[in-house]
Design a protein around this ligand. Sequence first.
Ligand SMILES: Cc1cc2nc3c(=O)[nH]c(=O)nc-3n(C[C@H](O)[C@H](O)[C@H](O)COP(=O)(O)OP(=O)(O)OC[C@H]3O[C@@H](n4cnc5c(N)ncnc54)[C@H](O)[C@@H]3O)c2cc1C
Length: 614
Amino acid sequence: MMRFARTAAVAAPGIRAALGAGARRMSTGPAGGAGSWRFARRLGAWAAGTTAVAGAAYYLGRNEIEAFDTAEPAPELRLLAGAQHRGYPVAEMERTAGRERLVVLGAGWGAVAVLKTLDTDAYDVMVISPENYFIFTPLLPSATVGTVEFRSVMECIRRIVKRVRGAFVEASAVDVDLEAKCVLVEHAGAGRVWVPYDRLVVGVGAQSITHGAAGLEHCHRLKTVLDARSIRQHIMANFERAMLPTTSADEKRRLLTFVVCGGGPTGCEFAAELHDFLAEDLRHFFPQSVRGMVKVMIIQSRDHVLNMMDSAISEFAERQFDRSGITVITNARVQSISETALRYTTRAADGSLQEHEIPQGFVLWSTGVSLTPFTRLLCDKLPDAQKNRHAITVDDRLRVKGVADGSVYALGDCATVEYPQMLARIGELFDSAHAKDTREITRDEFAKFVRSAAAAYPPAASHLHSLMRDFDEFDVDSSGTIDRGEFGAMLQYVDSKLTALPALAQVANQEGVYLGRALNTLATRRADAAPAVTAADAAAVPPFSYRSRGTLAYLGRAAAADFGEGNTYKGSNLAAKYLWRSAYWTQQVSLRTRFLLMIDWIKEMVFGRDISRF
Ligand SMILES: Cc1cc2nc3c(=O)[nH]c(=O)nc-3n(C[C@H](O)[C@H](O)[C@H](O)COP(=O)(O)OP(=O)(O)OC[C@H]3O[C@@H](n4cnc5c(N)ncnc54)[C@H](O)[C@@H]3O)c2cc1C
């Protein structure tokens, strides 16, 4: 209310001036040729502006418009009369002659990108996910404190599935039979059913690593809208309890200690949003005696927060948090969490282990990613090919390793791409690069090698090109040429860059777009060939290449972006905050969420965040 009054007071003279000017313009416009010319120019500008806005709205909303174009009712899953498989019934949607059945597990970033890229008539599509909505996860931390509303960060998956005239089933995949090609799905409380597929896309995401810490049941996670809602309720409940006259000072301090375990983007952005909430809203409603007790802490196991980003951003984030009063504890390992306390250890300078205990009223567990029960089960079925403990290993066409006919794909957080190692082919590559009579590669020869290797293997292209720039660095003996050892170091560098893509929305999204296009290509091949999935399918599509478009982080009235190779942006002003918001605004999956977000941000600016607990 105070904020509204202030905003209105500031805005009023401007509004009055604008209205006044407009009124003057209407009543006292000069007559004659100059006036007509000005009027025509204004009309032209107005028409151009309206066309631009309408064009942008159409462009941004075209996917949604496509979804409404199809008047056909959504297809549904039906039990196949009398069909049973391993004790459970089998169900299928109505089939279209000549089309393969594509079953997509999950409704997250990867799955949605597949669905938005697929040709509408390429497959009989069935999407299976335990929630019937997609979540725009980068804005989930904002929803925990009411900067944006829950419905503004979700889009019903049925709208997206409708574009490809597919069916949606709200259920979780609990088992898969790779020989019989069917997946067992379960809707809690409504039984299990097998769903057959010709191709299966696994995009079920990941769960947090526990790191062996005990008592994680006392922590919040931040993965779903329900998580965001329970966090919002918990924060407000603690503040209201701290206000009771019967609550002791120690108990108040405990209730108002908010601990975030994990200094990655999610942990940092949540801490930043929480700080904004305290600094911008709660201060208007709670007395200084309570506000002064609030503590926000981040416990990070590495030596810096945001350690996957450029070190300049990590340092900027830590300075920013320090200024905001957010305590960052690095090189610390959380041992256990109870209802009221958190224990962690750090190493002293002499190497000895030191134990610490913090009384806490709230803990968010936000650490790295690991296999979910379903993806673990899938990997266990392919013990020779699946050795990674944290993700499903896929080849450079996103096909799950170990599935002989290549009919199962995985993408996003649940998958890790294993590219062919260049170092393993060092002999052949080295010989192709140097002149016959020498054992050294000159700069010109290396440039030629980079061009041909990049063309032959696009995923490595940008890393190979960067070697040209770092030629002198790899030329350890400064001979002006590259010998076999130095060449090996170069290939090892490229291999390291090709592995372990980060668990990011943009990785899942790019993989989904790639897979959607690959599936479209394979569907057109099917039309002229026998309808069967074969291992030879890979030859028809290029390998997947990831191109980083920059990583963003919100740091509480400040934002940072890492564009790779030392290029960073750091801003601690309102412009940075709105730049961060506009980047995510443009990436929304529908016009509806863009509209809702805009309203939320305006609402927050004018009235502040809603602090009601319900
Ligand atoms: C709070 C938060 C903030 C983030 N911020 C950013 C950011 O700012 N920038 C960025 O790039 N990345 C960010 N990320 C990471 C990003 O969200 C993930 O990398 C991305 O969501 C991965 O996409 P995905 O499709 O693999 O999985 P998800 O998006 O997690 O989707 C998984 C889907 O599978 C469904 N599912 C789960 N189990 C099953 C099952 N057994 N059967 C069927 N379906 C199942 C789920 O319901 C969900 O629909 C953030 C993540 C979180 C949690």
